[in-house]
Design a protein. Structure first.
Length: 244
């Protein structure tokens, strides 16, 4: 632990874009990170968890699941987890997000094309994505070996007759696209330009291909529900595995 504190202090005073050897580099959920973002040549940015990445000796071993740094006391105590196995295992600092009302009970949030920029949908537990809210952005852990995570981008409201807004997963944050926040374990969204009766109201509307497409419900929960849609609230689940 002493070593970690020393490393943090070192990284904290350095404003260089390249971290020192064993130095800390920007982790996924450090959205306001002003320190180093790359490692020296021959060193690899190794993900410990959503909040901590560090330069370790050696070249990248290919983009696979995040590896836990097993270098004695120098890595923070966290998880060793693989996001690519048949059963998703929750990575420290992240949450599954699931609906709890029929007909979508325990369907889990993900991108339509798993780990890729695409529409926000719900799916079976085995396909669950992992998420965190940081600086008002809803961030999807898609692949910590990739250079950026995916951010939920909310479709702009075309006019005042539009009562539901779709979401897509993009590699860029949704600047000016509203604010996601947890209220307990319930995910809420708001934006100053739209008055909503309930910030926790969501809709799930299956498309022609059977995808359970997620929408922000600009109306009230269970009131004037659009045809073909179901009212839902969606919640963080931090068990080790998504359950059905
Ligand atoms: C993760 O990202 C890396 C780098 O972009 C890529 O090479 C790898 O195929 C990705 N893995 C998965 C499981 O998507
Ligand atoms: C409002 O926007 C929707 C979606 O773009 C469109 O289909 C509809 O015709 C628009 N209505 C008005 C009154 O402009």
């Amino acid at each position: 632990m002493k070593v970690v504190v020393a490393l943090l202090a070192t990284a904290g005073i350095a404003f260089a874009q390249t971290a020192p050897q064993y130095g800390q580099v920007r982790a996924f959920l450090r959205l306001m990170w002003s320190g180093a973002t790359t490692c020296p040549s021959g060193w690899t940015c190794t993900v410990s968890n959503a909040y901590y990445s560090q330069c370790l000796p050696g070249a990248a071993t290919g983009g696979s699941s995040p590896t836990t740094t097993a270098t004695g006391g120098s890595s923070p105590t966290s998880t060793s987890a693989s996001a690519t196995g048949p059963t998703p295992t929750l990575v420290s600092g992240w949450s599954f997000i699931r609906a709890v009302e029929d007909p979508n009970f325990h369907k889990y949030l993900r991108s339509e094309v798993q780990n890729q920029p695409s529409t926000a949908v719900l799916g079976d537990p085995l396909t669950a994505g992992q998420f965190a809210v940081a600086s008002g952005q809803l961030v999807q852990y898609a692949n910590l070996s990739a250079s950026t995570p995916l951010y939920a981008n909310v479709q702009p409201r075309a006019n005042s007759t539009v009562m539901k807004l779709g979401l897509t997963w993009e590699t860029t944050p949704d600047e000016g696209g509203g604010t996601f926040v947890w209220s307990g374990d319930t995910l809420e969204w708001s934006i100053p330009t739209i008055s909503r009766p309930q910030t926790n109201a969501w809709l799930v509307c299956p498309d022609a291909a059977g995808n359970l497409v997620l929408f922000i419900n600009l109306g009230a929960y269970a009131y004037m529900t659009p045809t073909g849609c179901a009212d839902e609230t969606i919640h963080a689940y931090t068990g080790p595995y998504p359950t059905s």
